[in-house]
Design a protein around this ligand. Structure first.
Ligand code: 0GY
Length: 292
């Protein structure tokens, strides 16, 4: 496999300035491969995009913290994610991908390394299998305060409902379950996703990835139109992130500065922006700072 670059070399400075303490709650690290080899089952082989690059981007875009989500190219070996968290000086926490047979002691060790949730990935182009029964077993054994991040595409939302309904901890849905944003805020995909959100008050979502979801391209007007009402209606359970280094986006690499400029279009008031970028991610990833 040829190693690929999926991120912008010189992202612009955003016009929008995030509030002090803003959190990029969906990003990844790749490698560096010499220290943290990619999984033998990886479906893509990226160039190195390690913690130094991530933290430089964080500062450039005006963010204070990161939530680093284990990318599929690292399989269930979370060493690269844990290394990045350890290097962040307290400014990063993470979401792991684990072998469902993981022991309680290993889960506790992940907690000590800054992990606060696990991710179940149902995209067939990214993972070989997604065993729901085993996922449910581990979801029932998580350390206190953890959540489950789920990545799926809109066409399997209904099929996943019984499985997701049985998970006894909060759910965080990556990229809103990838709705077709070109059909507007009241599309069948959006209605189905809203019904799902309505079914439990502990389902969160990431209003992320205009670059993945909006084929009209930058400035992603369809994404803004479809997603802003969802953010307004569920403002206490929505997160935002860059998705840097944009796995598999090598054919349409987004400018991260432009992604940040989507924030005021989907969260137009300072109050909404504070919830999206600070209050909500703090509740999931740094709750002890809120209760201190
Ligand atoms: C994303 C999206 C993708 C990849 C991964 O773990 C991964 O490799 O999540 C994708 O290709 O859609 O949000 O990171």
């Amino acid at each position: 496999m040829t190693r690929i670059t999926s991120w912008h070399g010189h992202p612009s400075k955003p016009l929008y300035t995030p509030p002090a303490g803003a959190i990029d709650a969906h990003c990844h690290v790749f490698g560096p491969m010499a220290d943290f080899p990619f999984s033998a089952k990886a479906k893509y082989l990226p160039e190195d995009a390690g913690p130094d690059m991530l933290f430089a981007l964080r500062d450039h875009l005006g963010f204070a913290r990161n939530v680093i989500v284990q990318a599929s190219c690292h399989g269930t070996d979370n060493a690269a994610t844990l290394d990045a968290i350890a290097r962040s000086e307290g400014k990063a926490r993470g979401v792991a991908v684990v072998d469902p047979a993981i022991s309680e002691a290993d889960l506790a060790a992940l907690h000590g390394g800054g992990i606060r949730g696990i991710r179940f990935n149902f995209l067939k182009r990214l993972v070989d299998d997604a065993p729901k029964d085993k996922f449910l077993d581990v979801a029932r054994r998580l350390p206190a305060g953890w959540h489950v991040v789920i990545y799926f595409e809109a066409d399997i939302l209904e099929e996943l409902r019984p499985f997701m309904d049985a998970i006894p901890v909060p759910l965080v849905i990556d990229h809103m379950g990838r709705p077709d944003v070109t059909q507007g805020p009241d599309s069948a995909d959006m209605k189905a996703f809203r019904a799902f959100l309505q079914s439990r008050d502990d389902i969160w979502f990431k209003a992320t990835c205009p670059d993945r979801l909006d084929p009209t391209g930058d400035p992603w007007n369809a994404f803004a139109d479809a997603v802003a009402p969802l953010v307004a209606d569920y403002q206490d359970r929505v997160l935002w992130g860059t998705d840097w280094p944009h796995p598999n986006m090598q054919d349409a690499i987004p400018d991260d500065g432009h992604l940040v400029d989507m924030i005021p279009r989907i969260a137009p008031t300072a109050d909404l922006q504070r919830k999206l970028l600070i209050d909500n991610p703090m509740r999931l990833y740094w709750p002890e700072e809120l209760s201190a």
